[in-house]
Design a protein around this ligand. Structure first.
Ligand code: SF4
Length: 490
């Protein structure tokens, strides 16, 4: 970049500073990182080329995983020699772990320049400037949300799929979860703003959106409409060009029948549901402070399948929660059998500092947790495999993915997601690009994916595919600050 000196005479060459964002944790963090990238680009930074050292490295951290802090300090330690060899380089740490550890981060890693929390993503460029100017670390953590993150600019990673936040924070108090203390109470975004963001993405070629919230079923609680989520799904159905709508995560406590009707009656809403079970034992659910019981959970699945027999249902399960007995675990296996999940993210319970469950009596020994975990995974794999084998011979529509869409060097297959969220590896015929849509016949069902090896039945070239090829990604400019961004529906 070339600018003029104050007297307007000699031009001065100013180098554009480059950045890299390293993301840990959930989809919420992945999307926050798109916002961080958008903010830095709006402030004049450019994404560092693959393999090159960036002038600014941002860690977007997660406090949920076991040993998250050890991993962060290890990574910061690795970066220290690079920083010493690269004058002017800055390191910033944000996200949940930053919100939790605050000033502790610069005490343990004094070469860190900026620490920012979950409520003030938007301050990152200013904090970097201030740290450079003052030559000292800037730590800024807010206790509540400054502006809704979706009002900030974003640099999207995918040309065909977009995350869209509908709420942040959570009003529940699950005893294993650190989210409420780090992300605060639920804040709902207005439906009009959400739909405007979705429309803007569709105009840029995006075919699929995933609506994001810690508990999408309580969406509307802040503005007094308990049916707001179902209405939002139906409103997404009105948007021309939007082919697939997904959402994560629903909560069995707040799941209402109108949402099932909206899913079944809105053609672009995918028949896919990822609904965390966590445990099949009512005693453990009570200890987790999950305010539904296994029968309620299974009752929701029954209604979903009655309305959408082809729905693929996936879940999260924690094994070895404090106090879990063999009988409790058997109840989980029973619910898993009855639920016929298409897939499950299974976790071994481990203490998370700062959560109520960390101080509960009855922590289950590691080897017992491991043994139960192995049994659960074996059962779930068997059930998923059976369902996937039953799909052989069916034709599925696949949206070719960016990350998964690269051609495999050995098999020459590409990959993408079916409408129900299943991963499909297919043999491309012709020039198929990530972002295109193909129809393929399933030839093999594995426990975790489907294979379609015959010739493609159809291939539709899309604007998203053109954009992928041209390296164009949707950019959300952000809305003018000062606009009301939360509260009553519009
Ligand atoms: S619903 Fe429970 S697990 Fe999910 S974010 Fe809220 S407190 Fe955490």
């Amino acid at each position: 970049m070339v600018t003029r000196e104050a007297n307007g005479t000699s031009p001065v060459r100013q180098q554009v500073r480059t950045y890299q964002v390293r993301t840990y944790g959930c989809q919420m963090n992945v999307h926050d990182s798109e916002r961080l990238a958008g903010l830095l680009e709006a402030a004049g930074y450019r994404k560092a080329a693959e393999g090159s050292d960036a002038d600014v490295v941002v860690f977007n951290t997660c406090a949920v995983r076991e040993n998250a802090d050890n991993r962060l300090y290890g990574n910061l330690g690795h970066l220290r020699p690079t920083k010493n060899a690269h004058p002017g380089m800055q390191i910033a740490v944000g996200g949940c772990l930053a919100q939790k550890d605050r000033g502790e981060i610069v005490r343990r890693a004094p070469w860190v320049d900026v620490v920012f929390g979950t409520h003030n993503l938007g301050s990152l460029p200013v904090l970097l400037d201030r740290a450079r100017h003052n030559r000292r670390a800037e730590v800024e953590i807010l206790e509540s949300l400054e502006v809704f993150p979706s009002t900030l600019p974003a640099r999207r990673d995918s040309a065909h799929s977009g995350w869209v936040s509908i709420s942040v924070g959570c009003n529940n108090t699950c005893t294993f979860c650190i989210v409420p203390s780090l992300r605060g109470k639920e804040k709902d975004r207005r439906p009009g703003e959400i739909l405007a963001e979705v429309s803007a993405l569709v105009a840029e070629g995006v075919l699929e959106v995933t609506l994001l919230g810690q508990n999408v079923n309580s969406y509307g609680v802040e503005f007094g409409d308990r049916f707001a989520f179902g209405k939002l799904l139906r409103a997404c159905g009105e948007l021309d060009g939007l082919e697939r709508v997904r959402f994560t995560s629903p909560h069995p406590r707040d799941f209402t029948d109108d949402v099932i009707a909206a899913m079944a009656e809105t053609p672009n809403v995918c028949h896919q549901l990822h609904m965390p079970l966590q445990s099949g034992s009512d005693r453990v659910l009570a200890a987790m402070r999950r305010s539904y019981r296994s029968q309620r959970y299974l009752g929701i699945l029954e209604k979903v399948r009655a309305a959408m027999p082809d729905a693929a249902i996936t879940t999260d399960i924690i094994v070895g929660f404090p106090g879990e007995t063999e009988e409790d675990f058997a109840a989980t296996l029973e619910v898993v059998r009855a639920a016929r999940f298409a897939g499950a993210f299974t976790f071994q319970y481990s203490k998370r500092p700062g959560t109520p469950a960390a101080s509960l009596d009855g922590q289950v020994p590691k080897e017992i947790v491991q043994e139960r975990f192995d049994r659960l995974v074996a059962l779930q794999d068997e059930l998923a495999w059976e369902q996937n084998r039953a799909l052989v011979g069916r034709t599925v529509e696949v949206l070719v993915s960016t990350g998964e869409g690269r051609k495999d060097a050995d098999t020459h297959r590409m990959s993408g997601r079916a409408r129900d969220g299943r991963l499909v590896h297919f043999t491309p015929t012709g020039a198929v690009r990530p972002g295109d849509v193909v129809h393929a016949k399933i030839t093999y069902g594995a426990p975790h994916h489907l294979v379609a090896d015959g010739p493609l039945i159809a291939h539709r070239r899309t604007l998203a595919g053109d954009h992928f090829e041209a390296g164009i990604r949707p950019k959300t400019p952000g809305v003018a600050l000062g606009m009301p961004t939360m509260g009553a529906p519009r």
